[in-house]
Design a protein around this ligand. Structure first.
Ligand SMILES: Nc1nc2c(c(=O)[nH]1)N[C@H]1C(S)=C(S)[C@@H](COP(=O)(O)OP(=O)(O)OC[C@H]3O[C@@H](n4cnc5c(=O)[nH]c(N)nc54)[C@H](O)[C@@H]3O)O[C@H]1N2
Ligand SMILES: Nc1nc2c(c(=O)[nH]1)N[C@H]1C(S)=C(S)[C@@H](COP(=O)(O)OP(=O)(O)OC[C@H]3O[C@@H](n4cnc5c(=O)[nH]c(N)nc54)[C@H](O)[C@@H]3O)O[C@H]1N2
Ligand code: SF4
Ligand SMILES: [Mo]
Length: 742
């Protein structure tokens, strides 16, 4: 065993960002376990971390570009692939204008420093308003609500789980998902510690989830009713004189406007809609208010519904009005060592956020955080006229499975004149591409999390070097992106990527550091590409060495050196108001006018009867959205793509456990296997998303063995939260009937 080497790598597969310890012998991974010394995750790991070995070795993972010739993909050299893109993309742009080329980016890019730091360069080169991402299938409501209240899209208030006495969770299952918009590895351990010190975990979910199962209390809620519950809880705080602002008392505007906005939402009024008794709503509120320190956390179940932004906002209204905003044991803001906008510029005041700088051509949906809703993509391709999308670049995304009405999108993709995919698989989406450009295996790349330290339960800085060398001749994704940008700008496929990077870096340094630009360029000369951007970000960041002016401060070299020790711990979260704020008023804006105006929609909706049967989503610890079903270690075991239904509904509808059923939403239909389970709220059926690997032309041999049903083939791409543009993925009415077993 003398030639076994040990490496430490942050897991890039989910937001928990666990530190892994990876054993390698003769260029092969021989073991993966949690890294006990990791300052963030302390040895925690889930089965997906172990699957990095399968991902690395997966024969279906692409290692060379694919080019579609006469409808058939063939492997080509990188030169041929870029030449084809140069031959086809710029002429389309010239003929139809810059908006005719769209770009859409997906979830794995959030875990890739190369994509996160270079994607913007390609988007700017394209100059298109047609920028889409998985954010509008996910967290855009949370980002918009946070932006409006605190002034920046990534200023998200995070539960201080290690010091709180009471944690109220809505629409999230962190025991399985390992947290989202909240980097919190080993949620179970932290929840147990909370309970051991006498604290309480309360879960609101239409399913008795794995998280609900370890909670002190769980309440079913009718899907899509959280806005009513949360508004009634805020109402109760006012009605019972429980409002207290605590530390932020002189930093909050809009308390009276909130009181007025929630006036119609009495517990009695909302109880039938929520499926929660008025008394229970009151006691949930009183408990929250009475807890010495408490935090409310809500995630995808509350974002992917009709009132996603209102729900996200009301969560932080509750945190604020119970005196828990910005205090230890309440909710706090992380202070990231690099890349955080809320540590840059003038502290305490800013421009805030706004939406609608442009609009989608067909639906008129407003731009939010530089993007249009991804649910507008199909119609923007299909609908003729000036500005119609003719070409598409996809980056690490599989919207044919992950976005509502995937079948419609698949048809639309076939109409494109040209499509390029940066992706590591030939899958349900990339099969429509003309060229597929694969990135490296995560084990062949260095890593530093750009986004998640802004969302982490504890402040930290961790860098992972590549575990294995990249195969010769294979570009990193940031280099591929720069090449595409060069092609778009007319510099040609032969452009020297390193020279382009030098030139762009010099420009950036000039813009950011003015007279000091040359000194910054010299000080960071040891690195290039994303590593150089990281060194700049760390050194100029809140803990940085300020380019040697603060000798004890962070540099990339110091963070690199800390890799074997599990990274650098920067301590527990600390109060940051008012410094963190970037609102125009310099205050926490508790009552943003656009949100107050949207409350009228909820008021009008109060009397609407809830549908008989609705479908919601579900996650399993051995899955990750649509793309990990091809890894043997995760794919094995019981079939996971089942439609879970309450026994009473099963009896009423004639459904049998293990048999097939047809689920229909108007003309959209799918067939799924039934699993009868009393963990479901009656009237609610749950089916995971990301399945449906039976589409022709994909190359996912393991996934195809048990393809599962595509939940998103059932969902309507026209249903959105109007403020954030986020898709409605849950609480959708469905009809279900038994099918004769196949
Ligand atoms: N009904 C329903 N739909 C949902 C959800 C739901 O709860 N219910 N959840 C939504 C959420 S939260 C999200 S985030 C989206 C996710 O939706 P997407 O962002 O589309 O993500 P995935 O479906 O995971 O697809 C990831 C793609 O990235 C590719 N990939 C993996 N690693 C790399 C890499 O290193 N480089 C490159 N270039 N590509 C790579 C994979 O092959 C795959 O094509 O799905 C959403 N869809
Ligand atoms: N194992 C695994 N981990 C993952 C992923 C994965 O696919 N698999 N995906 C990753 C991604 S991209 C994300 S964004 C995160 C998401 O992380 P989470 O937000 O924790 O996502 P889910 O586990 O889907 O939990 C959502 C919960 O909302 C409930 N729910 C549905 N509708 C409603 C509603 O109307 N009201 C309420 N109160 N609850 C409702 C569901 O029953 C479910 O328990 O997970 C990440 N982690
Ligand atoms: S929870 Fe699992 S998938 Fe997520 S980062 Fe940790 S090991 Fe990776
Ligand atoms: Mo997500």
């Amino acid at each position: 065993m003398s030639d076994t080497t040990t490496h430490h790598r942050i897991c890039p597969l989910c937001e928990a960002c666990c530190g892994l310890e990876i054993q390698v012998r003769d260029g092969r991974v021989t073991g993966i376990r949690g890294h006990d010394a990791d300052v963030l995750s302390a040895g925690y790991i889930c089965p997906k971390g172990v699957a990095l070995k399968d991902l690395h070795e997966d024969p279906d993972r692409l290692r060379a570009p694919l080019l579609k010739r006469d409808g058939v993909f063939v492997e080509v050299s990188w030169e041929e692939a870029f030449a084809e893109i140069e031959r086809r993309l710029p002429p389309l742009r010239a003929a139809f204008g810059r908006h005719a080329v769209a770009i859409t980016v997906g979830n794995p890019s959030a875990h890739k420093i190369g994509l996160l730091t270079y994607f913007g360069k390609l988007a700017r080169a394209l100059g298109t308003r047609n920028v889409f991402s998985a954010s509008t299938l996910d967290q855009m409501p949370k980002q918009l609500a946070s932006g409006l209240m605190f002034g920046h899209w990534l200023s998200v208030a995070l539960p201080d789980i290690s010091r709180t006495d009471h944690l109220l969770v809505l629409g999230a299952n962190p025991l399985v998902s390992n947290g989202s918009m909240w980097t919190v590895p080993d949620f179970r351990g932290k929840a147990k510690a909370l309970q051991a010190r006498g604290g309480k975990l309360v879960v609101i979910d239409p399913r008795r989830t794995e998280t609900a199962a370890i909670a002190d209390a769980h309440h079913f809620i009718r899907p899509n009713a959280d806005v009513f519950l949360l508004a009634a809880m805020v109402h109760t705080l006012f009605a019972e004189g429980l409002v207290t602002l605590g530390n932020v008392a002189d930093r909050v505007t809009g308390v009276d406007a909130v009181r007025e906005a929630v006036a119609p939402f009495t517990p009695e009024e909302v109880a039938p809609r929520c499926g929660i008794a008025a008394d229970t709503i009151r006691s949930l509120t009183r408990e929250l208010a009475a807890a010495p320190r408490a935090a409310v956390y809500a995630r995808i179940g509350t974002c992917t519904q009709e009132y996603g932004t209102l729900c996200s906002w009301l969560v932080d209204v509750l945190n604020t009005l119970t005196g828990n905003l910005d205090r230890e044991g309440g909710v706090l803001f992380a202070k990231s060592a690099a890349f955080a906008s809320n540590t840059a510029g003038k502290p305490g005041i800013g421009k805030g956020v706004s939406t609608g700088r442009h609009h989608a051509r067909v639906s008129g949906a407003p731009e939010v955080y530089g993007e249009l809703p991804v649910t507008c993509l199909a119609e923007e391709i299909e609908t003729p006229g000036d500005g119609q999308i003719r070409a598409l670049i996809t980056v690490a995304t599989n919207p044919v499975l992950s976005a509502p009405d995937g079948p419609r999108l698949a048809r639309a993709l076939e109409q494109l004149d040209f499509m390029v995919s940066l992706d590591i698989y030939l899958n349900e989406t990339t099969r429509h591409a003309d060229v597929i450009l694969p990135g490296l295996s995560p084990l062949e790349e260095f890593h530093y999390d750009v986004a998640f330290p802004q969302l982490s339960w504890r402040n930290h800085a961790r860098y992972s070097p590549p575990v294995l060398p990249a195969p010769p001749g294979r570009p990193a994704e940031w280099q591929t992106i720069l090449k595409l940008a060069a092609i778009v700008r007319g510099d040609g496929a032969a452009a020297d990527v390193d020279a382009l990077d030098e030139a762009e870096f010099a420009q950036d340094a000039q813009r950011l550091f003015g007279a000091h630009a040359d000194a910054v360029i010299a000080a960071t000369a040891a690195y290039r590409g994303p590593e150089r951007l990281l060194d700049v970000a760390l050194r100029s960041g809140p803990y940085g060495d300020k380019f040697s002016r603060k000798a004890e401060g962070l540099t990339l070299a110091k963070v690199m050196a800390a890799n074997p020790a599990g990274g650098i711990d920067l301590g527990p979260l600390q109060p940051r108001i008012p410094e963190v704020l970037r609102t125009p008023s310099g205050q926490v804006e508790l009552a943003p006018p656009t949100l107050l105006a949207d409350m009228a929609r909820a008021v009008a909706d109060l009397a609407r009867p809830a549908p008989d049967l609705v479908v919601i989503g579900r996650r399993d610890v051995r899955t990750n959205n649509s793309w990990m079903h091809n890894l043997p270690v995760l794919a094995k075991g019981p079939f996971r793509c089942t439609a879970r239904v309450h026994p009473a509904d099963a009896a009423r509808l004639g459904l049998r456990d293990g048999a097939l059923a047809r689920l229909a939403n108007g003309p959209r239909q799918i067939t799924a296997q039934v699993q009868i389970s009393d963990e479901m709220m009656p009237g609610v059926i749950s089916l995971p998303h990301g399945w449906g690997h039976d589409l022709p032309g994909s190359r996912l041999r393991v996934a195809a063995e048990r393809p599962g049903a595509n939940l998103n083939a059932l969902l309507d791409d026209q249903q959105r939260d109007p403020l954030s543009g986020n898709a409605v993925l849950g609480g959708v009415a469905v009809a279900v009937e038994p099918l004769e077993a196949a």
